[in-house]
Design a protein around this ligand. Structure first.
Ligand code: UD1
Length: 342
């Protein structure tokens, strides 16, 4: 029997790619999502790729009664991947309570149900935002975490602590927190990808929407950083590579050997690219000239960060494989598909 995996936030950007990879590895996926930042159509597109329409339930995991009811009538879940969360940094500064409620309460509800219904394994979506601006690069999992710059960032940090403390007090539970660097790109089929509501905050959707004519001009936030070309540096990881790391993490949790009860992994490529390198890379691979302008730094941005991936490579036996050009092209193919551009 295929092992049953609950994917919360499974119609979202990283969630949908992970559902496909899980299905292609033989897992039976059930999605819970409240569609607050995704569309029900994603289920059909997942089916077009994998041939399997995942089971789906629409409710809010911050609702304790609904969450308990779900676990009570859904036996046999072997592991959970918890993506469902709010993720807009700026919005979190304006609506901190919304972010603390959505992101902390949902994890606490899930953990309480895990204990009650004996679902022993969870993978949690964390972020490299917990490192702030590190003193030493690249960052390892031992790099100290810093105070968060935003309520959003703080929910990632506090949720890691909630997991750690809960696992310490419940010896049967196992958890892996995955600290994502900057997930970008889309499935090679161009059937699923990132679809921000409104004006994108993140760089790659802004680039592809500018190329598609939805945005007049890309603003490059700062060219006076201490980096070779002055623009900020990030570790951009292909979302399919990232999704595969979740499958490996699930396998690790489901096989009793090789697991400590709470583990943390950096998921990046180990390479840093500047904003201007991203712009140039996009222009080169698509042949489209981007209209962009250098403007002031964005408040709260760090200068540079990229991952040391040794621990993930060695312990998970996983490595990011896709190069930047392939990734940028996949983002563009997805944007073209969404906008009906030939
Ligand atoms: C942001 C969040 C991070 C979160 C991640 C989720 C902040 C400070 N950090 O990361 O906590 O986990 O999104 O994906 O918001 N840029 C431009 N022009 C744009 C957009 C971005 O120049 O229109 C630059 C930014 O200044 C940054 C780089 O591109 O240097 C990447 O930005 P972005 O994609 O927003 O990701 P992060 O800020 O790294």
């Amino acid at each position: 029997m295929a092992k049953k995996i609950l994917v919360t936030g499974g119609t979202g950007y990283i969630g949908s790619h992970t559902v496909v990879e899980l299905q292609e590895s033989g897992y039976n996926v059930i999605i819970v999502d409240n569609l607050s930042n995704s569309s029900i159509d994603v289920l059909d597109n997942i089916e077009k790729i994998s041939g399997i329409k995942p089971a789906f339930e629409n409710f809010d995991l911050a609702d304790k009664d609904k969450t308990e009811d779900f676990f009570a009538r859904t036996p046999g879940i072997e592991a959970i991947i918890h993506f469902a969360a709010s993720k807009a940094v700026g919005e979190s500064v304006e609506k901190p309570l919304l972010y603390y409620r959505n992101n902390l309460v949902s994890l606490m509800n899930i953990l309480e149900c895990q204990i009650k219904f004996k679902v022993l394994n969870i993978v949690f979506s964390s972020s490299c935002t917990v490192y702030g601006q590190p003193e030493i690069l690249p960052v390892t999992e031992q790099t100290p975490r810093k105070d968060a710059e935003s309520p959003y960032g703080n929910t990632k940090r506090v949720n890691e602590d909630i997991l750690n403390d809960t696992i310490a007090a419940n010896s049967q539970l196992n958890a892996i927190a995955l600290r994502y660097f900057n997930p970008v790109g889309a499935h090679p089929s161009a059937l699923i990808g990132e679809l921000p509501l409104g004006i994108p905050n993140n760089l790659v959707p802004f680039i592809t929407q500018t190329a598609a004519g939805l945005r007049g001009e890309l603003k490059v936030f700062g060219d006076d950083y201490d980096t070779p070309d002055g623009s900020a540096i990030r570790d951009y990881i292909n979302v399919v590579d990232l999704a595969k790391a979740h499958v490996v993490s699930i396998k690790r949790l489901l096989t009793s050997k090789n697991k400590a009860s709470y583990e943390v992994f950096n998921l990046g490529t180990g390479n840093g690219y500047s904003v201007l390198e991203m712009v140039n890379g996009f222009e080169k691979v698509t042949g489209i000239k981007l209209n962009y302008k250098i403007v002031a730094r964005r408040a709260g941005d760090i200068e540079k960060i990229w991952a040391n991936t040794t621990f993930a490579n060695k312990e998970l036996g996983w490595k990011a494989e896709k190069g930047l050009e392939e990734t940028l092209l996949s983002a563009w193919n997805w944007e073209k598909n969404v906008r009906g551009i030939k």
